[in-house]
Design a protein around this ligand. Structure first.
Ligand code: DX5
Ligand code: ZN
Length: 217
């Protein structure tokens, strides 16, 4: 079974509550929260204050926090205390990815590596037993509304193989440029947690969610 993790980056924040109610009523379980520092990526989004407010109002969502920040170790405690359930970070953003994973696990939360389009799977090889999630970035991180990079279908398939060989229950997440028009191919490539931002939060949120719910069954 695959799940949708709508990215709030594309949500109109003046209508945040209304949109979260729609997601809840449509049975959405995950929320993808993109934290950007204007340093690891050339954009700034939101941080722990926003995550905390969402957590307090909506305890039912699984908060899937994608950290696009340098030195994630500096903000992990803050993000976890705000209510994150899942932390993914980029291995290039820290000297000690394994230590970051240990920190997240000590707090009892799930942890994943987010791989840029050009980043290989080798960085997962020797720490696969410690990973709960591998996130394949199908766009360069930093902005919503970009086009899916076609080469990442092969990477999804390779990652799926690696996960299956490990015989561990690792979630394969995909993030960037996923739309109702290409989600079938993304699912066929082995992804089981599907991030979508701009394609969900358009003028027809409800009908978009119906299409995703249908396809992700
Ligand atoms: C991009 C973010 C994504 C983004 C996806 O750096 O990590 O989560 O919000 O947006 P869409 O679905 O519009 O590509
Ligand atoms: Zn993201």
């Amino acid at each position: 079974m695959a799940y949708l993790s709508p990215s709030l980056l594309a949500c109109n924040f003046f209508e945040l509550e209304k949109n979260l109610e729609i997601l809840k009523n449509k049975g959405i379980k995950y929320l993808h929260l993109d934290v950007m520092d204007g340093n690891f990526v050339p954009n700034i989004s939101f941080g722990s204050a926003v995550i905390k407010q969402i957590r307090q109002k909506y305890p039912e969502f699984i908060l899937d926090c994608h950290l696009m920040v340098n030195k994630p170790e500096d903000i992990i405690d803050e993000i976890i205390n705000a209510g994150a359930d899942i932390i993914t970070f980029h291995p290039e953003a820290t000297f000690h990815p394994h230590r970051v994973i240990q920190t997240v696990h000590k707090a009892g939360k799930k942890c994943g590596l987010a791989l840029n389009p050009s980043t290989g799977l080798e960085c997962c090889k020797y720490i696969i037993d410690d990973l709960d999630i591998i996130l394949v970035m199908s766009v360069n991180p930093g902005f919503g509304g970009q086009s899916f990079i076609e080469s990442q279908y092969i990477k999804l398939k390779d990652t799926r193989k690696m996960i299956d060989l490990s015989e561990r229950d690792i979630i394969l997440e995909v993030d960037g440029g996923v739309k109702t028009s290409n989600v079938d191919k993304v699912l066929e490539s082995g992804a089981d947690l599907i991030v979508s931002g701009s394609d969900v939060f358009n003028e027809n949120i409800e009908s978009q969610l119906d299409i995703y719910n249908q396809k992700l069954k």
